[in-house]
Design a protein around this ligand. Structure first.
Ligand code: NDP
Ligand code: 2IT
Length: 450
């Protein structure tokens, strides 16, 4: 459809050098072709042109002083992408690879992901190129305070509600919340992923990983399959990976790998979850420490991965859970997985698969759950945290977990029904993109040109 192509070409010219954002946009726009043909109203209202353009982009300077007394300067971002369905909602990422294109891709994905949850949340994302690795606790605190000293004026419990992402967990949310409260003089649910001691929700920590496994379970159930007794590979070793591993054990599967940016662990007997939690959540160690406690496990540094491959995906498995970062799984990795009989890929990370890897999974007709559907459990549970904060009540772990499982089920049903409606029943990329887009687009039309 030349019209969609024109919009995409204009996007590339008008927002140069944002390759991750083009990749995310291209995948969504590709999926929308059949919808645009069937319903000309989206074209008449210029929804595509409007939806790829953030409502507001905030770029700011963050200066802070390190432990040596030296001034450090970082870039800060908050992209308020789309508020048709509710207050902007989405995480903050602290990682040296962060730039405007990365935050924009994450914010763009977040619009459709949040729509798929069926909850009243718009899409946003933010972060900084600050590198938390090797920083002292005091440096983390000073950075978080400096970051919030600008961000506070742009956010609020009913306008924009950030949360965690890579490099931002409960500790960072705590320091940012403290600074927000001081500057805004308000104690409100302005951030999610808070500590359970002062406003957090039970099961938010677990939600993204648990949700990605629930999503895999529902995809598989539909094909008469289950995860029980199956070997699974997981990448990453952060929040999403840890709770993916935990839920896989609950369902009787055996997770045999995890990784970080330096290398991977292969533990044929199954990853030792308690050890992993102790190393990552308590001691903040690297994965090289893992093999000191588990002599039978194998550590492979990234330099020893086969050429242009991620070592995690060379391990034969029934299901794969990419849970580290964008573009960690390329076409070679997809081919390795498929050649080894992998039947299910459920993405805990945002856009972990390159576009050609996505096409390989779709063409193979395996159970493939794209990130914006499979990892939506995190943001959905953030909304449950907002609901509890606003009504001043606390739900039990079981209540939140039950709602999470129901939401993941309804996302699966909505993506697969939409995929079937457009003639490709196993293509959940098509289904998720169209189902998410439709909700946002219809709201934009009904709310007028604002
Ligand atoms: P964490 O910071 O807790 O963990 C990130 C993990 O990914 C670490 O093991 C890290 O290794 C690895 N990683 C990060 N960047 C790279 C890289 N460039 N190359 C290789 N490995 C890398 O983050 P989360 O677990 O919260 O996030 C993981 C993914 O899940 C991200 O894509 C995030 O956007 C997505 N996500 C997170 C949600 C949440 O609720 N937290 C919700 C939905 C999606 P290392 O320590 O070496 O950097
Ligand atoms: O990518 C994501 O959905 C997140 N990092 C979680 C966002 C949120 O607001 O909980």
């Amino acid at each position: 459809m030349p019209y969609v192509k024109e919009v995409f070409e204009y996007l590339k010219r008008s927002s140069p050098s944002q390759k991750e954002f083009y990749q995310a946009a291209e995948e969504v726009l590709e999926s929308l072709r059949p919808l645009m043909i069937k319903y000309p109203k989206y074209r008449d209202h210029k929804i595509i042109e409007r939806i790829v353009e953030p409502e507001r982009q905030i770029l700011f300077r963050v200066n802070w002083v390190d432990d040596n007394g030296e001034i450090q300067v970082n870039k800060g971002y908050r992209i308020e992408f789309n508020s048709a369905l509710g207050p902007y909602k989405g995480g903050l990422r602290f990682h040296p690879s962060v730039n405007a294109g990365v935050i924009k891709f994450l914010g763009f994905e977040q619009i459709f992901k949040n729509a798929l949850t069926g909850l009243q949340i718009g899409g946003g994302k933010g972060g900084s190129d600050f590198n938390p690795k090797g920083k002292s606790n005091n440096e983390i605190m000073r950075f978080c305070q400096a970051f919030m000293s600008e961000l506070f004026r742009h956010i609020g419990a009913n306008t924009d509600v950030p949360a965690g992402d890579i490099g931002v967990g409960a500790r960072e949310i705590g320091y940012m919340f403290g600074m927000y409260k001081k500057l805004a003089n308000k104690y409100e649910g302005v951030l999610t992923g808070k500590s359970l001691k002062w406003g957090g929700s039970l099961a938010r920590t677990e939600a993204t990983g648990y949700g990605a496994v629930y999503f895999a379970k529902y995809m598989l159930e539909d094909r008469g399959e289950t995860l029980e007794g199956k070997k699974c590979v997981v990448s990453g070793s952060g929040n999403v990976s840890i709770y993916t591993i935990e839920k896989l054990y609950h369902l009787g599967a055996t997770p045999i790998t995890c990784s970080d940016s330096n290398g991977m662990i292969y533990d044929a007997e199954g990853i030792d979850l308690e050890l992993l939690k102790e190393l990552k959540e308590v001691k903040r160690e690297r994965l090289t420490e893992y093999i000191k406690h588990r002599p039978n496990a194998i550590y492979t540094p990234v330099e020893e991965y086969p050429e242009d491959c991620n070592g995690v995906y060379t391990v034969p498995c029934y299901a794969a859970f990419p849970s580290a970062t964008q573009n960690e799984l390329n076409l070679n990795d997809a081919k390795n997985l498929l050649a080894n009989g992998c039947f299910c890929v459920s993405e805990g990370a945002n856009m972990p698969s390159t576009l050609d890897a996505v096409h390989a999974f779709i063409d193979a007709k395996i159970c493939y759950g794209p990130g914006k559907a499979a990892n939506a459990g995190g943001v959905a549970t953030s909304q449950l945290e907002m609901a509890q904060n606003a009504s001043m009540v606390n739900w039990t772990f079981e209540e939140v977990d039950t709602k999470l499982a129901q939401i993941m089920k309804s996302i699966y049903v909505s993506a697969s029904a939409t995929a079937a409606e457009f003639g490709e029943p196993t293509n959940l990329v098509l289904g998720a993109n169209i189902a998410g887009f439709r909700k946002v687009a219809d709201a934009m039309i009904e709310q007028g040109l604002v």
